[in-house]
Design a protein. Structure first.
Length: 258
């Protein structure tokens, strides 16, 4: 590897599986020191142990991103293990899909607590250190739901639209302090969540085939492909990219479906 992330001390949330774990694997090989956060303690411990065995600096803690105090403590742990974070990837999120009038208040709150407030809790915890150090990077994992609407997925796209708004606002607010804030918007990705979605249909194989047909290339992304796009955005190869969003969906959001 080219060690494109040498000197980067990166916090990744939702790091125990899926896109988060793929990013951890890619970032570690590129020379980053990692602090991993997930609410699934046993799974996180297993994967963090595996990554440590492969070499590099990896520390982790179990925390819920909706708990601001727990996240503040997690960042203190990061500072004492890998050093003051100079990059954060807000990856943790959940799907909350509903027909609007069928949505409960509890599910509305849960959607925004995880997908928006959680990202803010983590950003707020690392920003003072980045300001003191004279720079840093925050990458928010958004979604194509942040600018396209699929019926019956309310209020998830509302939260992801808001996450893009926060990305732009923080990016402008702290640009003069050397801090870049960007978003990455994946489309469908081959993760356990996708498999669970297909399995929710009477015919999972047919559901998977329909998903593939939506894409110009006839397939969906791998988690590694998303991780490599994230690698670019947290690296020093794009120091003038700020307050914007990179879409990684194989053309899904551009193709018109009659």
């Amino acid at each position: 590897m080219s060690k494109r992330l040498a000197g980067k001390r990166i916090v990744i949330t939702g790091a125990a599986q899926g896109i988060g774990l793929a990013m951890a694997e890619v970032f570690l090989k590129e020379g980053a020191s990692l602090f991993l956060i997930d609410r699934d303690g046993p799974l996180l411990d297993r994967e963090a142990t595996r990554l440590k065995a492969e070499g590099g600096t990896v520390a982790s803690t179990t925390a819920d991103i909706t708990d601001a105090d727990a996240i503040a403590e997690a960042i203190r742990q990061a500072e004492s293990t890998i050093g003051r974070p100079n990059a954060l990837v807000n990856n943790a999120g959940i799907n909350v899909f509903s027909e609007p009038l069928a949505l409960s208040d509890a599910d509305w709150q849960r959607c925004f607590d995880v997908n928006l407030k959680g990202a803010w809790n983590c950003s707020r915890a690392v920003l003072p250190g980045m300001i003191e150090e004279g720079g840093g990077v925050i990458l928010n994992i958004a979604s194509t739901h942040a600018f396209t609407i699929i019926p019956h997925t309310f209020p998830y796209p509302v939260a992801k639209h808001a996450l893009l708004g926060m990305t732009k606002s923080l990016g402008i607010e702290y640009a003069s302090r050397g801090i870049r804030v960007n978003a990455l918007a994946p489309g469908y990705v081959l993760t356990q969540k996708a498999v669970e979605y297909w399995n929710s249909f009477p015919d999972p194989v047919a559901a998977e085939a329909e998903t593939m047909k939506l894409h110009p290339g006839g397939r969906i992304a791998t988690a590694d492909e998303i991780a490599r796009a994230a690698l670019f955005l947290v690296s020093d190869e794009c120091t003038f990219i700020n307050a914007t969003c990179l879409t990684v969906d194989g053309g899904l959001s551009v193709l018109h479906h009659p």
